[in-house]
Design a protein around this ligand. Structure first.
Ligand SMILES: [Zn+2]
Length: 115
């Protein structure tokens, strides 16, 4: 019974996979939106942190991953999943991510209605 290799079917391309903070499902990073914390260095505001979309995966720092889906966004918001994933306590402003998701989601819905 010597088995040097455990083969579970050949998948030559291994895509990086992350977990969506909204629905907790794993998905390729290409299907997810990366979000990062952008701390406002200025005056204290009503929010401790601002979370911004990082569509090009270039911003430094700890990121969280989310489907471009309003349901996932709202689930993440309700469960305070952003705070946990990004390790930030306190109130988080996700309006920038919200706006980004709205912009990305709406064209799809328009297309669906045309068909
Ligand atoms: Zn999701």
């Amino acid at each position: 019974m010597p088995r040097s290799h455990v083969s579970t079917g050949s998948t030559p391309i291994r895509l990086p996979v992350r977990t969506c903070v909204g629905c907790k499902e794993k998905a390729p990073t290409a299907d997810l939106l990366r979000v990062v914390v952008s701390r406002s260095g200025g005056e204290p505001q009503s929010f401790d942190c601002i979370v911004v979309p990082d569509a090009e995966h270039r911003l430094p720092g700890r990121g969280a991953w989310l489907h471009l889906d309003r349901t996932c966004l709202h689930n993440a918001e309700r469960r305070r999943a952003f705070g946990r994933a990004l390790r930030v306590p306190g109130a988080i402003d996700i309006s920038a991510v919200d706006a980004f998701v709205e912009r990305r989601v709406l064209p799809d819905e328009k297309n669906r209605q045309q068909h």
